[in-house]
Every structure is written in structure tokens, then in C-alpha cells.
Design a protein around this ligand. Structure first.
Ligand code: SAM
Length: 223
């Protein structure tokens, strides 16, 4: 009885903290609220969208880092793209890549209808193939694509990143599955994220921290 009360109260407290945080940070605004709702109404896997807290965090990172060119791998419904673009200066540009061509009909109108449309270029295709062809050096990259390919994204991004540039990688705690010593052989996403975390941890070209925000955000600074 005692135990279930403790469980219940800690669950209650953590819910309250999440709500408390959202009530004490900047509002996401009506446009992002509507996009988040539309994502949940019309798309599969709406949990993939960044949402209120992470979206404000991404905008804040852009304000702090002051990049001119941002790369995003994994646009999905465009929620994080809009938050990244919101933080950019007038002459800044976000290049966002989405491999799933069925996503375009939903996402392009949301990006083009926003007040940041002139700061966003949406590409449909595999970022691993398309980004090196652009010949652009980025100041900040947000990696949020296929979890099995994070090491490949990382190496590709690092060679297209300015010295002193930053990478933010999402989902790097993967619902705490990273703690599994021996993930199932077919759990390629957990295996991919663990390989990425090991790879970055031992990479002397960069400085890195992991923030336990939402599903884990790794912030990487290229020396
Ligand atoms: C987690 S969702 C992105 C969510 C979005 N960044 C947000 O926070 O609102 C991951 C997306 O990456 C896309 N994706 C996977 N592999 C990719 C690749 N190689 N290049 C571009 N997009 C990719 C998937 O189709 C999916 O829509």
C-alpha cells in the first residue's frame, strides 16, 4: 500500500512538473499549436514531432549559437523546422531534408504558409546523398532522421560543418533503451543510437554533452 502511494505521488509530481514547465516558458504560438494538432489528426507517429518544450529549446539554441546556415535531417511535419527558422536572423537559411516523399503534401504547405517561409528550403530525398552535393558549409545541424544511421549522418555532417559549429542530435537516450547492455539483434534503432553515443563519446574532434530533455538531446561542438 505504502509502495503504491509512493509510486502514485511521484507520477503525480512528474506530471505536474511537465505542466509547470510549459506554463512558465514562452508560448509556442497559434501557428505551431495548429500544426501540432494537425500532425496528431492526420499523420502516423505524431510523437515524432518536437512539441512545445523542445521547440522552444531549439529556437533558444539558434539564438545562442547565431548560425547563418542550419541543416536539419528529418523534417517530418515541419514542427522543429519552424522553431529553428524562428531563431534565425533575417539573412539566415534552414535547409531541411525529408526522405519520405509522401510527407511533402502535408509539410510543404505548413512551411510555405508560415511567416518564416523565406528562411526555409525543403528538400525531399535522402540527406546522406543530397547534402554533400550542395557544397554548403553549415554552422548548426539538427540530426533527427533514421536512428539506424546516426553515425553516418554524424560523419557526413561533421565534414560539412564550419569549425566551431554545433550539432544537436535528438533521441539519444531512446526511451532509456541505451541502458540495455545487449539489445535484441533486430532492435536496430537501439543499436544505432548506442553506436552513435559511443562514437561521439570517443571523438576528440568535438566537445559534447547529453541533456536529458525529452528523449535526450546531445549537443556537440566541433573544435
Ligand atoms: C523524428 S522524425 C523528425 C521530426 C522533426 N524533426 C521534429 O522534431 O518535428 C524523423 C524523420 O526523418 C525522416 N528521415 C529518415 N531518414 C532520413 C534521411 N536519410 N534523410 C532525410 N530524412 C530522413 C523520416 O522520414 C521522418 O519523417
Amino acid at each position: 500500500m505504502q509502495y503504491s502511494l509512493i509510486l502514485h505521488s511521484s507520477f503525480f509530481i512528474s506530471m505536474t512538473i511537465d505542466e509547470y514547465i510549459l506554463q512558465h516558458i514562452d508560448d509556442e504560438g497559434d501557428y505551431l499549436k495548429a500544426l501540432y494538432r494537425d500532425t496528431h489528426l492526420k499523420l502516423l507517429y505524431p510523437r515524432m514531432a518536437s512539441g512545445h518544450l523542445q521547440g522552444r529549446m531549439l529556437k533558444m539554441f539558434v539564438k545562442m549559437i547565431r548560425p547563418h546556415r542550419i541543416l536539419e535531417i528529418g523534417t517530418y511535419s515541419g514542427y522543429s523546422a519552424l522553431c529553428l527558422a524562428e531563431g534565425l536572423p533575417e539573412d539566415g537559411m534552414l535547409y531541411t531534408f525529408e526522405i519520405n516523399d509522401e510527407q511533402e503534401d502535408f509539410t510543404r504547405p505548413w512551411l510555405e504558409g508560415s511567416e518564416y517561409a523565406n528562411k526555409i528550403k525543403l528538400y525531399i530525398g535522402d540527406a546522406l546523398q543530397l547534402v554533400p552535393q550542395l557544397g554548403i558549409t553549415f554552422d548548426l545541424a539538427f540530426i533527427d532522421g533514421d536512428k539506424r544511421k546516426y553515425v553516418d549522418y554524424y560523419e557526413m555532417v561533421l565534414s560539412n560543418l564550419s569549425d566551431g559549429g554545433y550539432i544537436i542530435a535528438d533521441n539519444t537516450l531512446w526511451d532509456n533503451h541505451v541502458l540495455e547492455e545487449h539489445p535484441r539483434n533486430n532492435d536496430l534503432q537501439t543499436i544505432g543510437i548506442k553506436a552513435f553515443n559511443e562514437h561521439v563519446a570517443h571523438d576528440t574532434r568535438v566537445e559534447k554533452v547529453i541533456l536529458p530533455l525529452r528523449d535526450g538531446l546531445t549537443i556537440i561542438h566541433k573544435k
